[in-house]
Design a protein around this ligand. Sequence first.
Ligand SMILES: C[S@@+](CC[C@H](N)C(=O)[O-])C[C@H]1O[C@@H](n2cnc3c(N)ncnc32)[C@H](O)[C@@H]1O
Length: 291
Amino acid sequence: MLPCLDGAQALPWVPDRLAHGRRATDIAAAAQPDAPTPATGRPAPAQRRDPWTDQPYAHALRTGSGPLFLRRLSPSDAAQGAGWRGDLLPLDVERWCALPDAADSSVLRRCAGPVLDAGCGPGRLVAALTARGVPALGIDVSPTAVARTRRLGGRAVRRSVFDRLPQEGRWGTVLLMDGNIGIGGDPIGLLDRLRTLVAPGGRLLAEAAPHDVDERLTVRVEDARGRHGRPFPWARLGTNALLHAADATGWLPAGRWAVDGRPFVALHRPGPGRHDQHATLAALAARPGRR
Ligand SMILES: C[S@@+](CC[C@H](N)C(=O)[O-])C[C@H]1O[C@@H](n2cnc3c(N)ncnc32)[C@H](O)[C@@H]1O
């Protein structure tokens, strides 16, 4: 039996989460009395426990500067509680806290509103879209990220992408930038979930890793002095792996391009009667497109 949000009110919500691969324990955690329901609007305990709420991530966003890393941890060490090992994957905090660059602009040009930025961080894209008159909302589990997005003039709410969200199934574009395909450590589950957020015929614009990788890993956020948060699951996917995962979750490839070494893919959620476009769009996705 699962603890539910206000009983009957939550009944349509819980099976939907189970269908998207969430564990019953996670759903139970999110369904505590102060989970983010329309009725209460209060933050969920699951969000407060999210590792992205830890230092040193919050500190880096507040100051707008790194260096900051994801430290790759050996899964066996994590399981045994032994000393941590692994290498450092840089997090580009300065770029996230700056104005959109040329690569970001290539994504912004492809956005059709309303736009949902999943894991918006400090909110440069939400703010830029808002300034252009494109309706946009950022979601992020980090309260510091949400506060910073709002300070830039963007709309943002503190939610996990796996929580109940506004306008599910009605977003024109969902953004998954800066490695956010790693969120949750389960790209198939994430892409499946995002397909339920986008309107039929809408699009997902996702950034891939610059190399041909396809890995699931355990990481923690760490600064240059070794201060770190808790371990959490993550994933890294290059363009090919991302397109394979998209194919497995019913997304149609609609384009790919790269700017300044950052590769992106555009994916479409098929509308009614558009299933036969797959072959055409797959051919399109096979070659890099315009910047
Ligand atoms: C790699 S950073 C990307 C930063 C961001 N795109 C930017 O422009 O600054 C990942 C971001 O996703 C957020 N995040 C992690 N898990 C999340 C989840 N389940 N739902 C929503 N946001 C999440 C983190 O708090 C962090 O801000």
